[in-house]
Design a binder for this molecule. Sequence first.
Ligand code: GDP
Ligand code: CA
Length: 346
Amino acid sequence: MESQLNAITVLSGGTGGARFLQGLLHGIHSGLVSPTARVTIVANTADDVWMHGLKISPDLDAVMYTLGDGIDPEHGSGRRNETRSAQEELAAYGVEPTWFTLGDREIATHLVRTQMLEAGYPLSQITAALCKRWLSPAYGDTVRLVPMSDDRVETHVAIADPDAPSGRRVVHVQEYFVRLHAEVPAEAVAVIGLDESVPAPGVLAAIAEADLVILPPSNPIVSLGPILGVPGIVDALRATSAKVVGVSPVIGDRFVGSANAGASTGSMGEQLMTATGVEVSAAGVAKLYAARSAGGVLDGWLVDSTDAAVVAEVEALGMACRAVPLLMTDHAATATMATAAIELVG
Ligand code: GDP
Ligand code: CA
């Protein structure tokens, strides 16, 4: 047991990050990981989108609902016992877009967020308010969810379009994922507003003051990529006295796919890694993040047991590496995986 861990900071996307966090918190609760550890989650907001006048933050919501036991367990996103009456009514009015999934229960969250934004509150304060419902009952103030930035940042994907004068068209990452099912080859990824964004209050301190920083198996291009792209965050990771350890979202030459509303987070990863010119492998993702000793952000990297052959290649990048089972099949398996990550750099 790592009794010295008091502050753990996790940089998270939506479904993959949320499931990892669930396992980590299970490990803390069951004493596998230091029971005194407080967890700060810095979540991606570059998947955020405005729809029908509502501000939607899919990754913040995925983390809140998962940790607050409100998630739809079948899809790993959205609320359980959800209905879609409002979406059906909008479609009956012919209001576009019709492809975006809008659950009635989710709309309540979107309304609270949108109204508070319009009243002038920053996203970080709104998130804290929403978490009073989802995190406080189970975790008190030991788990904190913070958006990477209060600024508007949105990821767009360029795809081929023979009908467009330029031969390509740019779609919001939500349209790429939900409407196009990440099946169309991606040509490029652009995160609008990222260069001008600033970390939300508390983000840099959570990295600087952590005893350990974890990069869970989130999508490296559209989840962790934007977080690392917020000016100041990589510098904070390089400067912190905490060790930084990551878990591969890729096993073999595939992203671990979880079926999600017709689209797969796995195919999303593969298309976007390929578009970005990164090899789809556990070593490819490790190279993308790179070792702290070589100007990157990682001190350690976990790969799946079936990828034991790449351990030496990853170590040669200048970081610790170990092969362990990386499938988050249940809380206990995920907690064991989180413990292995902690021990790797402990
Ligand atoms: P998103 O915002 O919903 O796309 O969620 P994340 O970016 O946080 O996580 C998506 C990634 O989680 C996918 O690219 C998968 O590769 C990864 N993933 C999902 N399930 C597992 C699992 O059981 N093990 C590992 N290692 N990765 C997983
Ligand atoms: Ca996401």
